[in-house]
Every structure is written in structure tokens, then in C-alpha cells.
Design a protein around this ligand. Structure first.
Ligand code: FES
Length: 151
């Protein structure tokens, strides 16, 4: 039995997300990077959304969407600006743009460098037939249950 609360993402559909499985999109992205002389992709890769009081980076791979807490657990880097890479043995990871740590997008575990004990928070995502997205949480954010005392 699933024990997550799924909350709709507002303003972003699956079709709005950069598709890392599409070689044409990836090729165009590399061209933009070369024309600007940048070493890394800096836009059009991941997207940041706010949902349940969390800033979350979303990455699309075909019809699958991955969600990971936007702030890198190492030193706070912007994970939505990271590249997606294949993991040896299957699966995908995001490479943080600041120090290149790689986080498994299924588990949040650090895959590189080895031996790191921190884990990025990942969230399950459902893609509805109409392309809208739902992100799964263990609970509603505490702020929804705070009591206003200024009367
Ligand atoms: S801030 Fe992400 S790897 Fe250092």
C-alpha cells in the first residue's frame, strides 16, 4: 500500500520539461553551450518548482519525471542546473554543478565521490495522462498546520 500524499505541481507540465532522453534536444543544448563558451549547461535542463513548501528540481527522461530537493546536501548547490548522467548498471544520476557530486535520482544516494554519507531527498512523481504532475510527500508541510495567534 502506498503511503504518500500526492500534491499537484502548478504551472509545469511534463511537456514543459527538458527531455534528457531526446538526442535532438541534447544536441541543441550542447550547441548553445558551445556558442556561449560555457563549460556547462546552465539552462533548459532541470526545472525548479515549489510544492508543499519545498523547492524541488524536476528532471524528465522520456515520460519519467524525477524530483529531488533543489539544494545540494553537500554545500547548497543548485541541483536543477546539474547534468543527468547514466549510472553504471542502470539508473540515472544528477551531477551537481558546483563540485560534481553525483546523486542517484531514484534513491538520492551519493554515487560519486565514494564514501559520502549524505543523501539528497528524492520524491516520487506521477505523470497524469493529461501531462500534469503530482509529487509524493510523506506528509503535508508543517506550515499548513501552524496556528495564527495575532487576533
Ligand atoms: S554543492 Fe553540490 S557537490 Fe558541492
Amino acid at each position: 500500500m502506498e503511503d504518500k500524499i500526492y500534491i499537484p505541481v502548478t504551472g509545469v507540465q511534463v511537456s514543459d520539461l527538458f527531455d534528457w532522453s531526446d538526442p535532438v534536444q541534447k544536441c541543441k543544448q550542447k550547441t548553445v553551450v558551445m556558442q556561449r563558451g560555457l563549460a556547462r549547461q546552465t539552462s533548459q535542463t532541470g526545472s525548479v518548482v515549489e510544492c508543499n513548501e519545498e523547492k524541488i528540481a524536476l528532471f524528465r527522461y522520456h515520460r519519467q519525471v524525477y524530483a529531488i530537493r533543489e539544494r545540494c546536501p553537500h554545500a547548497g548547490g543548485p541541483l536543477h542546473l546539474g547534468d543527468i548522467e547514466d549510472l553504471p548498471g542502470g539508473g540515472l544520476c544528477v551531477r551537481c554543478p558546483w563540485h560534481s557530486w553525483r546523486f542517484d535520482l531514484d534513491t538520492g544516494q551519493v554515487k560519486m565521490p565514494k564514501g559520502r554519507k549524505v543523501t539528497a531527498k528524492v520524491f516520487p512523481v506521477k505523470v497524469k495522462p493529461d501531462g500534469s504532475l503530482l509529487i509524493g510527500f510523506d506528509k503535508f508541510a508543517d506550515v499548513y498546520f501552524s496556528i495564527e495567534t495575532d487576533f
